[in-house]
Design a protein around this ligand. Structure first.
Ligand code: TRP
Length: 354
């Protein structure tokens, strides 16, 4: 057995005075859009100051719903990580890495799969919604897809993270993670818990709808990408949904339900009351209003767009960031797995310890 097996494990991420630890994850969907920024990335950047952060590209999770997407994960990861850094994640402070580069995720997932029931995973409302959205028959859900939350629990607990920034749809996965942590500690580590019970941290912004008023999705084309040029932004904003009863410029309009106004409220809060008044009074036409919003969004996103363009010139940049990140992630993952194997009595050092 390795030395660590004998030392009662003090949860280092919960030590008084210790900086809490965050594990955040996103599936590699390629270039990110405004919804990803408002719903997640912005939160990650803010939390960077007060926590120790690990940011993970969940490439195995991407396969749960589309196993055929494996060939696109490398390019999608590249595009997404450029956006992460451009939006303000600092690679010197916060390691960024790819899930499949740290094999311990698979090992911990397997061990957790023994202590979570099939019924518990089937009861996961997020899985149910996903299956419904994809129009799937229940009998076609794969074993891996059913285990989505179990893999996510492994992602989080491998780093003994105590905070996980998520959108509301992910809270059921945090709950399952807490249950798995509790069950593991109870079964194997009652005297010296190996895992903290992490909490989800929601962003303060409401979910942003797409420009057409429907759920935002890149495949529908109803969003603005962080990397879009001012012309692309204008072209996209022009398609936005506005009050259908307001046909001519001087018709009075109703900003409630208007997608353009929703964006003003979020990205342009100081001007929003004046825009609301002018629209209702029939003094502001939708065409002008859209142009105004597009200009403003282009300005707001300029720093991200410009930083991204600069970073993209170095073809090795993302690879280097992810290689450094994986090294740091692996060190943590190995340390946790030693504790896990020791607690389970399977030999503190894995194969080396036999
Ligand atoms: N399930 C998350 C999503 O779809 C992605 C994810 C995978 C994740 N592993 C994670 C998020 C760990 C937070 C922590 O958005």
């Amino acid at each position: 057995m390795s030395e660590t097996a004998a030392v009662p494990f003090v949860l280092d991420t919960l030590r008084p005075g210790a900086k809490g630890r965050i594990l955040s994850g996103m599936r590699p969907t390629g270039k990110l859009h405004l919804g990803n920024w408002v719903g997640a990335l912005h939160n990650w950047v803010e939390l960077q100051e007060s926590y120790e952060n690990f940011h993970m590209v969940a490439d195995w999770h991407a396969l749960t719903t589309s196993p055929e997407a494996s060939a696109r994960t490398v390019e999608n990861t590249h595009d997404m990580v450029l956006d992460w850094v451009a939006a303000g994640i600092d690679p010197a402070k916060s390691p960024m890495f790819v899930q499949s580069h740290v094999k311990e995720h698979a090992e911990l997932h397997l061990l957790f799969s023994m202590i979570v029931t099939k019924a518990r995973l089937e009861r996961n409302p997020t899985l149910k919604d996903q299956v419904k959205d994809l129009g799937m028959e229940e009998s076609t859900i794969s074993y891996g897809h059913l285990g989505y939350a179990c893999l996510q629990a492994a992602d989080i607990l491998l780093y003994r993270a105590n905070v996980v920034p998520v959108g509301e749809d992910q809270l059921p996965h945090i709950e399952i993670t807490r249950e798995i942590a509790r069950r593991f500690n109870h079964l194997y580590a009652a005297d010296a818990p190996v895992f903290p019970e992490p909490e989800g941290r929601l962003t303060k912004f409401p979910r942003l709808r797409g420009l057409d008023g429907n759920r935002m999705s890149k495949s529908v084309g109803n969003t603005i990408l962080l990397s879009d040029s001012p012309d692309e932004i204008l072209a996209r904003v022009k398609t936005a949904f506005t009050d259908p009863k307001k046909i001519r410029k001087n018709d009075p309009g109703d900003p409630a339900g208007c997608a353009v106004f929703e964006y003003h409220r979020l990205f342009n809060p100081d001007e929003a009351p004046a825009i609301d008044r002018a629209c209702r009074a029939g003094e502001l036409g939708c065409v002008d209003d859209k142009k105004h919003l597009a200009t403003l969004m282009a300005e707001r996103l300029a720093p991200i767009r410009e930083r991204r363009a600069k970073l993209a010139k170095d073809p090795d940049f993302v690879r280097d960031v992810l290689a450094t990140g994986a090294k740091r992630a692996r060190a943590e993952a190995r340390a946790t797995m030693e504790r896990v194997r020791a607690a389970m009595g399977m030999g503190g050092g894995g194969t080396d310890g036999l």
